[in-house]
Every structure is written in structure tokens, then in C-alpha cells.
Design a protein around this ligand. Sequence first.
Ligand code: PMP
Length: 467
Amino acid sequence: MGILEENIRLEEIDRKYIWHPFTQMKEWLEEKPIIISEGKDCFIKDIYGRWYLDGVSSLWVNIHGHRKKEIDDAIKVQLDSIAHSTLLGLSNVPAIRLAEKLIQIVQKSLPPHPIKGENRGGRLSKVFYSDNGSTAVEVALKMAFQYWRHKGIDGKNAFVSLNNAYHGDTIGAVSVGGVETFHKAFGPLLFKTYKSPSPYCYRCELGREYPDCKFVCLDKLEEIFKDHSTGIAAMIIEPLIQAAGGMIKSPPGYLKGVRELCIKYNILMIADEVATGFGRTGKMFACEHEDVVPDIMCLSKGITGGYMPLAVTLATDEIYNVFLGEFKELKTFFHGHSYTGNPIACAAALACLDLFEKEQVLKGLKGKIEILEAWLKDLLNLQHVGDIRNVGLMAGVELVRDKKTKEPYDLAEKMGWRIAYHARENGIFIRPLGSVIVIMPPLSISEQNLNQLLKVIKDSIVSVTGS
Ligand code: PMP
């Protein structure tokens, strides 16, 4: 069979057997799928040999580029030892080494815990492994819930999260989610959460303007805490930027304000750094920007540099310690997945973290962030760009039908997708969130490729919106 026939066969088999995530399959079946066969640096290649710049880091996971030698080698070396053994009742070498490394990095990056003494102090010092962002969040929610039970404090059964929040697709993660399009359908299945306004200044749901508003959204959060604190286990938040909700950047001071309210009302704070962790925001973790340390932190995506599914939920000593007890007390944390702490994934993560030091990745981001911000400013001059938002190398460009009134495009117009398809024709792969164009290349992208990415995005916006 020739290459062309084999490619066509692959397309047919894909259509026949694969149900793609977050994809309207009726449309997929009508289109020619892009099937990726290779990657190098910040590019991915399809089976016809066309290269695309990976403008969204293969769903926000890739950090150092594709086929990074150091990570490739670490995986190959680990394969010569063992691919997988369980972490339930056993340990493994890469999982131990990675836990140590992660805690060193987190403790170096974040300030000491704000609550000292016997209350809720202690640094983030314990690593609980799982395998994706959603499970890292499930673990965090279950830990927070049981923490209070084990302390003998009953009734703290509910969670607080934000409108427009996205924490993953499992039912617990959806319960604390706040993106209508994705989450509304599952309403009857979800557990109770209190929803606080999203710090979405461009479309403030409280009808106010920053900074004159004096953080009225935090006042609303405080009202929830004041009225229900004895029933609230934890608040979960994506620090600095609500990513999948539309790259919604919170105003400076908001995150710190949330931390302070959590302390004031004796509510645990869970920072979901699944999207923001590992340099995306210009610092190792988004919490660093506001000197915040949470009680529980969720990490995944970039942890292995985009190579392997791996996640961790970090907890303070204080949380870990209340789970200690006699066997028959059943204080054990009854949670764990088959591939928890997978040695190959941990080996990849160790290599990924070493590269941050070896290649001084965070230092190298400054110039790239400046380039991105200059392009964003330029994009804001376009007639249908309503808002631009970025934290570090995570950016969103919100398209609107009418800039003056902020009238959005109708979902059915698929404006974001039309622009993404246009960009695709010009060698750029991006995936929008509704009418928000997401820009999130691998951190290793060269300045030249970053300029290329942004130029194609600008041309595509102009071409598709008409101005
Ligand atoms: N939390 C946040 C902040 C995320 O952005 C995502 C995924 N986009 C998740 C959790 C879920 O991660 P995963 O898709 O790996 O389950």
C-alpha cells in the first residue's frame, strides 16, 4: 500500500473508531482530520508532511518543545529499568526523587504558610500523585473535605468556586466548575458549591469598573464566607487567570484578597495551578506573583514537559498529619489510581524540571513576554478585538462583533474556529475558547517563531473578521 492510500486509510479508521474529546463529531466526520505523526521543537507534522507551529503547546502541556533530547533520554533510561509498578503499598525510585525535587522547588518559590503554630500552618510538603489535572483536583477536594472530618469539625461539606472556573471534567471537578457551555448539562449530577463572581473586568458581572470598584467581587466572596463559613471546607481557584473560562485575568491583588479571606473565615484554599504551573505565567507558579501560598496545590500539564500524563496534589504537613491514625480508625486517604506515580512519567518530570535550571527557562521568558505583549497591544487596535489578556506566555484575545457595545459574536458563527482554520492554512495550529483566541506556545519557542505565530494570528483575525 502506498503512503497516500495508507494516509487515507488512517483518516477513515479515525472517523470509524475514535470519539474525539470536546468535539462535535458530526462536524469532525465532514472534515479532513489532521493526523499528527511527528514533532520537533515547537512544531508538529502531519502525515502528509505539513508542519504546524504548535501555538497551544498541545493543549497547554508542552514546555521545552517536542523531542527534547534530555526528556527523550530520561524516558529511554527509565525503560531499561521498569515501565510501571504501583504506588499502592510500594514505592519507586523516580517517584521519590521527583517528590523531593518538587517540594524543594515549591518551598523555594512560595513564601512560608501564613498561618503558623498548631492551627493550619506548615509548608506545602507532601506530594500525592495522580495522572491528570482533573484527578489532581478530585484529590484536593476529597482531602479538604476529609481534613475537617478528621479534625472533628463536622458540617464543612461545601466548596466555593468562581463563575467561569474550569477545574477539569470529572464530576467533582465539574461541580466546582463555572463554564456554562461545558458544565450546565451536568447540573443534576453535581454536589453543592457556592459560586462567587468571576474577576472578569472586561465583562464585570457586578457592572463595575476596575479599579473604582474597590474589589466589590471580593466583597461578594466575603458575604458567602460570612454567611456559610461553618459549612465550607475549601475555596478552589485558578490563580491569576481563569484559563479555559476564556483566559480571564484577575486584577492585581485579587488572589491575595482571596487568600486573606480564606484565612479570616477558616476555609482551606486550593490553588489549581494545572494550567498556570511550570513557568507559564513568567514565574514557576502563578501564586508567586502575589506571594500567596495555598493549603493545597494542584499541578499537572507542564509537569512532564508535555510528555506523559502525570499530576500531583501538594498538601501541607497540617493536612497530611490529620490523616494519621490507627488502621481501624479508617483515617486513611482512600484514593489512588492504577498509574499513580508512574515511573516513566516521573522520570520525564525530573528531566523537565532539570531543564528549567539548566536552560534558565524563566530568565529567558522575559524577552518573549515583551514580544507577546507588544503584539497584543497592536491587536487591540483591530476593530473586532475587544480585549487582550495575558499573564506571561498565556494569552487570550477576545473577539467581539461590536467593540463599543462589547456585543459578542454568536456562538453559532464559530468566529474563533474560523480564525483557527485560517491560521491552520498558514502553518499555525491554535484552538480557541469560543470567541477567545488562545495563545500559549511552548516556553522554548524562539523569538522568531513567536513573531511568526502572532503575525499569522493577526492576519487571520483581519482576514476572517474583515477588519
Ligand atoms: N484545572 C485547570 C486549571 C485546567 O486548565 C485543566 C485543563 N485544561 C484542568 C484542571 C484539567 O486537567 P486535565 O485535562 O489534565 O484533566
